[in-house]
Design a binder for this molecule. Structure first.
Ligand code: SF4
Length: 248
């Protein structure tokens, strides 16, 4: 979904929420507060070097952290510069990143993304994004082949402290089950809705991302969630509809 479509979908969703918006903002903050109590306070600190973060995140789709790291290390070992990655025979790059899933899709996307970065910036660097407003940075990254809203938001938040929210599969599932977003809202629109509900502050957004992701990995897992270990039951739509039936 492109940026204009995302914004249109968000406007529709927010209008649909009408007077519910302040209540929902309070609910999101309460979820955030309880997850901080449980998993800890995470303050934003700059993570990996921006090009490393971008390419690693492109490798990470449906891939474990360990396999993403292996794929990245193999790629950099065989092709030590970004220009070498861009110019590599695609079959060799596919083989190098094969610990990641979908290498035959990811390899050409990485090469095309690198080609556009080097062509537009004159170097394999995205450090200039630090000077752009979040929306401008998002729009620029979304023009790279294979870069979606989650990847772009993650790079901008993690590397540059821009107040954006990466919505990965765990953040999306937890937000949907609790009822912070509707059951049919996709991850790109969820990114916008949650951003509108949370404070415009990189530390809060970073902590919400990390803690909701952990909650999705450890408690509100795929399949049967472990509601008996969850502190959100009284706030959660899924719990009310599936586990609280018949209770007084
Ligand atoms: S109550 Fe259950 S479904 Fe709701 S957030 Fe907690 S673990 Fe997930």
């Amino acid at each position: 979904m492109r940026e204009t479509q995302v914004l249109g979908a968000v406007r529709d969703a927010m209008e649909g929420m009408g007077g519910l918006f302040p209540d929902m903002a309070n609910r999101v903050l309460e979820v955030h507060r309880r997850l901080v109590d449980h998993y800890g306070v995470w303050r934003w600190i700059q993570r990996r070097e921006p090009m490393h973060e971008l390419i690693s995140t492109m490798l990470s789709h449906r891939t474990t952290e360990a396999d993403e790291a292996r794929a990245y290390a193999r790629m950099r070992e065989r092709f030590p510069t970004w220009e070498a990655v861009r110019d590599a025979p695609v079959d060799e790059l596919i083989e190098a990143i094969s610990p990641a899933r979908f290498p035959s899709t990811k390899a050409p996307n990485i090469q095309k993304a690198l080609a556009t970065i080097i062509e537009e910036r004159g170097e394999a660097s995205i450090d200039f994004l630090t000077d752009l407003a979040p929306e401008e940075g998002l729009a620029w990254l979304l023009r790279r082949p294979g870069v979606g809203v989650k990847t772009a938001s993650l790079v901008l938040l993690f590397c540059f402290g821009k107040p954006l929210l990466p919505v990965d599969t765990h953040v999306h599932r937890v937000s949907q089950r609790v009822g912070l977003i509707g059951p049919k809202v996709g991850s790109d629109t969820a990114h916008r809705i949650l951003l509108a509900l949370l404070p415009n502050d990189r530390h809060t957004l970073y902590a919400f991302h990390v803690n909701t992701l952990r909650h999705g990995q450890r408690v509100c897992v795929w399949g049967e969630p472990n509601c008996d270990r969850c502190r959100l039951t009284d706030l959660c739509d899924w719990y009310r509809q599936n586990r609280a039936r018949g209770r007084p």
